[in-house]
Design a protein. Sequence first.
Length: 174
Amino acid sequence: MQEKFGRIELLLGDITRVEVDAVVNAANRSLLGGGGVDGAIHRAAGPSLLEECRALGGCETGDARITAGYRLPARHVIHTVGPVYHGRPDDPVLLASCYRRSLELARQHGLASIAFPAISCGIYGYPIEEGSRIAIDTVRDFLDTNPLPERVLFVLFSNEFFRVYREYLQRVTA
Ligand code: ADP
């Protein structure tokens, strides 16, 4: 399932199979792999990804780092560390920062396309309604003032998450 809203696209599926300039990994601060999308990306990219990540020495929550994509169809992986959801005022600030820092890295590297999973909305417990709005609002703000990246994909892993993103995108782009 796929749907287009200008420069933003929604895709139902597996982010490890998407052909873009960069896929974003919902990593943890160690950058040494984990469960969920992080495990899937490392498995698909192969052991060289872990080797490059090890040399980075970690990443703060809300920040991002870029590596090669190795065996992935994507040329690069942008690793960002989302907040664990606590319902604190900091949570939305840190989650928005993940999207912004990832987009800044894509722009700095001249990348035309980037694909995001629903950062923090799995093991880290962020409610999908709030998480999707932060994702969409932050990406739309960035695209308003930046020609790169040209295309931003949200790759959702369930029908429910796809529907939540679609409803909000329909509302804000109407
Ligand atoms: P976090 O720890 O930041 O919450 P998770 O990996 O647990 O990260 O989950 C983030 C989102 O990514 C969840 O919605 C999860 O269902 C989804 N996800 C897991 N595997 C994949 C995949 N291969 N492609 C796209 N999304 C995935």
